[in-house]
Design a protein around this ligand. Structure first.
Ligand SMILES: [Zn+2]
Length: 100
């Protein structure tokens, strides 16, 4: 087995946070990924009251970086569309008040 020196990374080969595959290229992709979910429960009822999602920068492989990029782009697009609809509705309400 051939040994390679990975610069600032000690002996252990880095693995992808998302799929667990060893990162074999020198390219390193860091992406914001979901690192955990925190479920808060009410003491008496034990019903979940809030879910907090935590995100962090983690090293991922090339494939996962591309997948995550696509996911974030879609997420951003949805947010823009929602914003656009909200502004549209606001304008309709304002115009209705102005003319009505
Ligand atoms: Zn991966």
């Amino acid at each position: 087995m051939r040994c390679e020196y990975w610069g600032d990374i000690p002996s252990r080969m880095p693995t992808c946070y998302r799929c667990g595959q060893p990162i074999t290229t020198r390219e390193r992709f860091r992406r914001k990924v979901k690192t955990g979910e925190l479920l808060r429960r009410r003491f008496q009822t034990s019903k979940p009251s809030a879910v907090t999602t935590r995100f962090g920068m983690r090293m991922v492989c090339r494939d996962c970086a591309h997948t995550l990029d696509a996911e974030w782009r879609r997420h951003e697009l949805v947010q823009y569309v929602e914003l656009f609809i909200a502004i549209g509705l606001l304008l309709i309400v304002l115009l209705a008040r102005f003319f009505g």
